[in-house]
Design a protein around this ligand. Structure first.
Ligand code: IVH
Length: 666
């Protein structure tokens, strides 16, 4: 086989593996083998630029090139659906359809209404050529490069029974798990949180850096086929055909012949949807026969042959008592609504996020308003509306976003394109100073034995004003503090001493550069090796690093542009902290654990759990946190949970001790 044939074979094979993994959820090779084949293909494609194919599996990794989206007109209008909220309206719809078809028999297909962002995909000769957002229904944004990173969307179709040219529409989704993790990371970076997976999915799809889109792991469901030569006469059969071409089509689809059957579907899924990995907000009902769909036609806004029944989100109505504003470590301001406590899906809600100034303005809020609070699966309850009818003459003041920092009085700033306001006074605003020190000493950063309370105390006493001051503390000074004593003072001094061996990547993370989380810090440290190189790096040097986009690159430049920050870094260097990658850890890297998924459970003699995780990764393995049949090893420590033990035994996951693990990487 020559190299060009090999390219072709690898592309076919990788497409199949993508499909097995992302559509069927039934992989047949390990992630490691997959990555190796992908790498081989990437290398061959580099050698053969003449064989470039925009639909090659290598094109799914995305690129850093950011470009404005071009607008594309939809061939068929992209309409939305009429909504209903009650069973009566569902029955009314059924009657309307029956009447519109002059009493002719008909079938209704029930489907789940996926709560993401809609997309239109155009395929020609079995290849994805364009992906466009809904936009205003007439024209949308061409987001093809971003959509190509979504693994459940086929770039090249399977079989040969698809029409030469067709369009398929569906929903791009962010699974709950990915959404929660993304928000956790954003909270850590004090970036504004996404309110729900729908916003996260649409925000991601509009991201101008497709590499970042690839990292966000979006998913899809397709539910509507359009074109001149569709394979079947009914919607249901068309979707089943599309499934054979490699599309992800929901199994939750049922052909119904009566209103009762429809209600049965609704009742079942109203409960069962809570177990799905993605968000749904209702049921969609569609007339099955395409001929009957055409007979019924469209109103100006939506088809007469389909309707959406929306599930009732759990909500409560309560009084808005006040709004407070929190200042975080990076100066980001978070508005929080303080509510009259109210019961909502099993918990008592007292506070709700108000997200940002735009959301506050669009709600037109007054203190004393009766507001609707919803939990709809989101992490933090949110205010979704105001009962304006209950607003009397005794209403309080209009809620207006503050213009000055509540802690230090500095005028707030809002950067172009960002939803959040910031206090710019990072050098002197107390919660920012304390927040930076707390971050620096935290376990994942320098792991120094000082909690929030003690940081506060040392700051109040004037003993520390920045992270470098920590290394000027002395044991007598500490021991003299109220309720401290010799032991705790020594303890802190020891942990300060120990922190001088913390590896460079964690020191870089500990500095608290905005948007530079633990993973990014690691990437930057590995790429540039020393703090001097990072200080010298240009915008494009930084952007060339994996996972570093414009925003992070700019933030690193801003950090080192400040004389105060450079001074702090210099003082930390003098104190003896690690400011370059340790060559011995570089050498200790191996591929001994390549392709292996390893879980850690319990406590250990020689290593902390974080150290074990580090060792797994340094040797090419993957540290996973939940056990499955794909887990290769469980490193078992003391006090391992019985549930985990049982699961490991049931799934035949090999259990090893800390010592056995050490042997494996020796
Ligand atoms: S069919 C003309 N089916 O809900 C019919 N839509 O307001 C087009 N949606 O814009 C839509 N799940 O984004 C259809 N199974 C499903 C759906 C679905 C979610 C979304 C879609 C549409 C909106 C309707």
């Amino acid at each position: 086989m020559d190299e060009l044939q090999r390219i072709d074979a690898l592309r076919k094979e990788l497409n199949q593996h993508n499909y097995n993994y992302y559509v069927l959820s039934a992989p047949t090779i390990s992630d490691f083998e997959f990555d190796q084949k992908l790498k081989e293909l990437q290398d061959l494609e580099k050698l053969h630029p003449e064989a470039f194919d925009p639909n090659s599996p290598t094109q799914r990794v995305g690129s850093d090139i950011s470009k404005e989206f071009t607008q594309v007109a939809h061939k068929y209008l992209m309409l939305s659906l009429g909504n209903t909220y009650s069973r009566e309206e569902v029955a009314d719809f059924y009657q309307r359809v029956s009447k519109g078809l002059d009493g002719e028999p008909f079938e209704i297909v029930c489907e789940l209404k996926y709560d993401g962002t809609s997309i239109s995909l155009t395929y020609e000769n079995g290849r994805l050529i364009r992906a466009v957002t809904r936009g205003d229904g007439e024209k949308g944004d061409d987001v093809t490069a971003n959509v190509k990173t979504i693994r459940s969307i086929p770039l090249v179709l399977q079989g040969d029974s698809y029409p030469v040219s067709f369009e398929i529409r569906g929903e791009i989704l962010m699974p709950w798990k990915i959404f929660e993790k993304l928000n956790e990371e954003r909270a850590e970076q004090e970036e504004p949180l996404f309110a729900n997976p729908r916003n996260a999915a649409s925000g991601t799809l509009k991201t101008q850096n497709s590499k970042e889109v690839a990292n966000r792991k979006l998913d899809s469901y397709l539910y509507y086929l359009l074109g001149d030569n569709l394979p079947a006469d009914t919607h249901y059969d068309n979707l089943n055909e599309a499934r054979k071409w490699g599309f992800k089509i929901s199994d939750a689809m049922k052909v119904c012949h009566s209103v009762d059957e429809i209600f049965e579907f609704i009742n079942y899924w109203d409960e069962e949807r809570k177990n799905l990995p993605v968000a749904t907000d209702g049921i969609v009902l569609k007339v099955n026969s395409i001929a009957q769909q055409e007979q019924l036609g469209f109103t100006a806004k939506s088809p007469r042959w389909a309707i959406a029944y929306k599930f009732q989100a759990e909500r409560a109505c309560t009084r808005l008592n006040s709004v407070s504003y929190q200042v975080g470590r990076t100066g980001a301001i978070t508005p929080v609504a303080n509510l009259e406590p109210v019961q909502l899906s099993g918990t008592i809600v007292k506070r709700a996020s108000l997200h940002n100034a735009d959301i506050i303005n669009s709600l037109d809020l007054y203190i004393g308003d009766m507001v609707y609070v919803e939990k709809g699966g989101e992490i933090i309850p949110k205010i979704v509306g105001v009962d304006y009818n209950q607003r009397g003459i005794d209403i309080g003041a209009k809620v207006q976003f503050i213009t000055k920092c509540p802690e230090c009085g500095s005028p707030l700033v809002r950067e172009a394109g960002e939803a959040a306001h910031y206090c710019p006074n990072d050098a002197n605003c107390p919660p920012q100073i304390k927040g930076r020190i707390e971050h620096f000493v935290s376990r994942k950063a320098m792991d120094i034995n000082l909690g929030e309370e003690n940081v506060n105390l040392l700051y109040q006493k004037g003993m520390i004003k920045n992270i470098a001051d920590l290394y000027t503390l002395n044991v007598n000074e500490l021991a003299g503090l109220d309720r401290w004593g010799e032991t705790s003072a020594k303890n802190v001094m020891e942990s300060l001493e120990r922190s001088k061996t913390v590896p460079f990547e964690r020191v870089l993370f500990a500095l608290g550069i905005r948007y530079v989380g633990a993973t990014t810090a690691k990437k930057i440290a590995n790429a540039l090796k020393t703090i001097e190189n990072i200080e010298k790096a240009s915008f494009s040097d930084l952007q060339a690093i994996d996972e570093v986009g414009e925003r992070i690159a700019q933030s690193v430049l801003d950090y080192f542009a400040s004389a105060e920050n450079r001074e702090i870094v210099n003082r930390l260097k003098e104190a003896g902290l690690q400011f370059q990658i340790d060559e011995s850890t570089l050498k200790s890297r191996s591929n001994k654990l390549a392709g292996l998924s390893i879980i850690i459970s319990g406590t250990f003699q020689n290593h902390s759990r974080d150290e074990l995780k580090e060792l797994i990764e340094q040797n090419g393995g993957k540290n996973v946190t939940s056990i499955s049949s794909k887990t290769d090893y469980l490193i078992a420590g003391d006090n391992m949970g019985p549930a985990k033990l049982e699961k490991a035994q049931k799934l035949n996951v090999k259990m090893i001790s800390e010592e056995e693990f050490e042997q494996m990487i020796k």
